[in-house]
Design a binder for this molecule. Structure first.
Ligand SMILES: NC(=O)c1ccc[n+]([C@@H]2O[C@H](COP(=O)([O-])OP(=O)(O)OC[C@H]3O[C@@H](n4cnc5c(N)ncnc54)[C@H](O)[C@@H]3O)[C@@H](O)[C@H]2O)c1
Length: 406
């Protein structure tokens, strides 16, 4: 059976830690052919090429023109480059996958969508959280009705990131205008926000109809001059309510997520770990539902075999990569890579695709609401928002041209 030929663009932190080792493992196990890597930074490109035994490039067009048999282009560049590189790939009839957020504005997302459509290729967004084992089983429990009708979904995400204290005047600034320095990552409400909006939609099993939000920059930071705190309240079509709070201010405390339904509740006091106690109504009484994880070792890596939730009947998650040296986190990475690889080979829709745009849209609604003094923003967004205009203006000032080149 033919395997997809894959090339990787951007050899920075996320590629090094997750994408490249996963592509290498999938190649070793016979699922992919690893063709080449590219980074505009020559040192990173050559080091990565040597490490994985593939040719390296500093210019993406040169790489794609040299290796015309590439099927999939895995794009791990910074947020403001995703749409540009994806368009270059699509124009060569290659199928792009971009890291999250899909792009910083909706017109940039539409560059990816339209260039894929015009060139008859598929695209994927590397949203990884819902593809990880813990989220897969939790979403299965929700769709099987174990928690009943979902009423409330919560995500509280404080991460201090070493910025513990207010400096400068010693008073919090509370600046409401989000600004970006156009590094690899955008502000926290879209950087982490897209992950959490995705999860809120999965957990609520519904689409948002309205969002109110507030963002603030409390701490002065000349390197990352965008918001460091944000809060959103999401009104879902089903009637469920979503609460999202992100913070990079102060001490890192416990992250907390909760899904509350008419029949039960799941509380995860630290969703980086594998514990998420579930309590559900059994025979009229709220009870703890035991969860069992079976694990084994592959080439020295601790691998999840399956998760069994002892409901009646049992609900089971089988790890599709249990034969691979892939840890729980990278099950998400492997799933997203194989999603676009299979879409490319078999001409079907990838698993997430357009959903990546919905997550960006929710984050933009949060920013827009904040700019409008917390006025709720209705979804879908049908016109260019003030927030997107502001991002484009700042980008033009920094680079001398618009973010989307027509
Ligand atoms: N899914 C996740 O959990 C997760 C986690 C962290 C980061 N990310 C996302 O991954 C992306 C990369 O983040 P990072 O932390 O690895 O950033 P990074 O700065 O470490 O790496 C980005 C790399 O891309 C290269 N690059 C930039 N433009 C390029 C171009 N046009 N052609 C080739 N190379 C180019 C840079 O030289 C750099 O080496 C961001 O979009 C970020 O939001 C996702």
């Amino acid at each position: 059976m033919r395997k997809a030929n894959i090339a990787s663009v951007g050899c920075g932190a996320v590629a090094k830690r997750w994408h490249l080792p996963t592509i290498a493992e999938l190649t070793k196990r016979g699922d992919l052919n690893f063709i080449a890597v590219c980074d505009t930074d020559e040192a990173k490109a050559s080091e990565t090429g040597e490490q994985y035994g593939v040719p390296h490039y500093t210019d993406v067009e040169q790489m794609l023109d040299k290796h015309k048999d590439i099927d999939v282009v895995d794009i791990c560049t910074g947020d403001y480059e995703h749409h540009k590189v994806a368009k270059i790939a699509a124009e060569r009839k290659m199928h792009p996958m971009v890291e999250k957020p899909m792009a910083p504005t909706l017109p940039c997302c539409d560059v990816i969508i339209n260039s894929a459509k015009q060139n008859g290729v598929h695209f994927e967004v590397a949203e990884n959280y819902f593809r990880m084992p813990n989220d897969r089983i939790l979403i299965k429990l929700i769709t099987e009705g174990v928690l009943g009708d979902i009423m409330r979904v919560h995500f509280i995400e404080p991460s201090g990131r070493g910025r513990q204290f207010v400096h400068g005047s010693g008073k919090p600034q509370g600046i409401a205008r989000p600004v970006s320095t156009f590094g690899s990552h955008s502000g926290v409400c879209i950087d982490m926000g897209v992950h959490r909006m995705s999860q809120l939609r999965f957990y609520a099993q519904s689409e948002p109809k309205r969002i109110a939000g507030i963002t603030k920059q409390f701490l002065l930071n000349t390197e990352r001059v965008y918001e460091d705190w944000g809060h959103a309240i999401v009104d879902f079509e089903s009637g469920a309510v979503g609460i999202y709070e992100a913070s990079q201010v102060g001490e890192e405390t416990i992250r907390y997520s909760q899904v509350m339904g008419t029949k039960g509740v799941m509380t995860n006091a630290n969703y980086w770990t594998s514990d998420f106690p579930i309590r559900a109504i059994v025979n009229g009484e709220m009870q703890d539902i035991p969860i069992e994880r079976e694990r084994h070792t592959v080439d020295g890596v601790d691998v999840l075999s399956r998760i069994v939730v002892h409901t009646d009947p049992q609900i089971v998650y089988e790890n599709p990569f249990r034969e691979y040296a892939i840890d729980d986190w990278n099950v998400g990475t492997a799933e997203e890579i194989m999603s676009i690889a299979n879409a490319a080979l078999h001409d079907h829709e990838p698993e997430y695709g357009l959903n990546g745009r919905k997550d960006v849209e929710m984050c933009i609604a949060l920013y827009e609401s904040s700019l409008g003094g917390m006025t709720p923003v209705d979804l879908p967004i049908t016109e260019i928002t003030n927030y997107e205009g502001m991002v484009n203006d700042d980008y033009r000032e920094a680079f001398g041209h618009d973010l989307v080149l027509l």
